[in-house]
Design a protein around this ligand. Structure first.
Ligand code: NAD
Length: 318
């Protein structure tokens, strides 16, 4: 069977698939050229990440497709139910990238409280006066230890983030309709010992009122989960991190709150108009930015490739 990995696949995954008898093509085919390429090359398995869109028209144009695989979590670039209604299997690799996304959130948190995103841009080539100006500008950083992190959506990534945040001495609370009371988070230490900490589940308003930092880890939604009304309920000088999906934070409301000083910082890995974020978001000195790279670590890519290969092999060798 032929596989087109249109947004790439880690060599570890390719090796596993080839050893199992699949042919893997890693050409990057332009979106509009996909139907012709898939049909002419008799591709039966289409693997994508977030760049390639697998909408109804592509599904209809490629009747030979048997499986669509999304390396990673969010399947909002695929018409999942439609594909399944046509008898095409749709799979993803939900667990492989959770730790990478959680580490990126911690990087945004540590970066923003010490202004790393801004000071990297402004460090002078030379000049004692400018150096000392910046030294003064960035001298009121804050520590994470002892602060409260509110996690909205404590699924795979949320729990991984909770583990890291608890490990550096933060207090963690969460809001998630799937859970009641608390979620057990197990911290493993390198000497083989472990400790389990209960992260309390609170309602959204309590989370907003109590948190110094709010991080979102929920699926894509039609309308923002955090808008003006929710920001008004947050602590003054709090911060928001969004490494889930762009539309779930109202960017206009966020910028207003940063300009007015209601919020101190924001960390964004995802944006409303990806891949073209608003200029005001890009230029804002209080916003720490990354270009949707939450899952993009060497380790996560290896795990994604291997998990995807394993899923495909077991699906077709049933
Ligand atoms: P998950 O399904 O394991 O967890 C999501 C959790 O959110 C669930 O527990 C669910 O009950 C909860 N939830 C749903 N709606 C909610 C709401 N309105 N309020 C509070 N909680 C709510 O998913 P995950 O693997 O943890 O992924 C979370 C998000 O991260 C997804 O949007 C995914 O697309 C995104 N993601 C981003 C990157 C990146 O590169 N930045 C990488 C992977 C995943």
């Amino acid at each position: 069977m032929k596989i087109l990995a249109n947004d790439g696949l880690n060599p570890a995954g390719i090796r596993m698939l080839e050893a199992a008898g699949f042919e893997v093509i890693t050409n990057k085919v332009a979106q509009e050229a996909l139907p012709k390429f898939i049909n002419e090359n008799k591709i039966e398995i289409l693997l994508v990440r977030s760049a390639t869109k697998v909408r109804k028209d592509l599904i209809d144009a490629c009747p030979g497709l048997k499986l669509i695989g999304r390396g990673g979590v969010g399947m909002d670039n695929i018409d999942v139910e439609y594909a399944r209604s046509k008898g095409i299997a749709v799979v993803n690799t939900p667990a492989s990238s959770s730790d990478s996304v959680a580490e990126l959130v911690m990087a945004h948190l540590y970066g923003m409280v010490r202004f790393l995103h801004d000071s990297n841009r402004l460090m002078p080539l030379e000049g004692e006066t400018r150096f000392n100006e910046l030294k003064k500008k960035y001298s009121d950083g804050r520590e994470l230890r002892g602060k409260t992190l509110g996690i909205i959506g404590i699924g795979r990534i949320g729990q991984s983030l909770a583990r890291l945040a608890l490990g550096v001495g933060m207090k963690v609370i969460a809001s998630d309709p799937y859970y009641t009371e608390s979620v057990d988070i197990k911290l493993d230490f390198c000497d083989g010992q472990s400790v389990t900490i209960k992260v309390p589940i609170v309602d959204m308003d309590s989370l907003l009122a109590q948190s110094d930092f709010v991080s979102l880890h929920v699926p894509a939604a039609d309308k923002p989960i955090i808008g003006r009304e929710q920001i008004a309920k947050m602590k003054d000088k709090a911060a928001i991190v969004n490494a889930a999906r762009g539309g779930i934070v109202d960017e206009e409301a966020l910028l207003e709150a940063l300009d007015s000083g209601k919020l101190a910082y924001a960390g964004l890995d995802v944006f409303k108009n990806e891949p073209t974020p608003a200029m005001r978001v890009l230029m804002h000195p209080a916003v720490s930015l990354t270009p949707h790279i939450g899952a993009s670590t060497v380790e996560a890519q290896e795990r994604i490739g291997e998990e995807m290969a394993q899923i495909i092999i077991s699906h077709f060798k049933k």
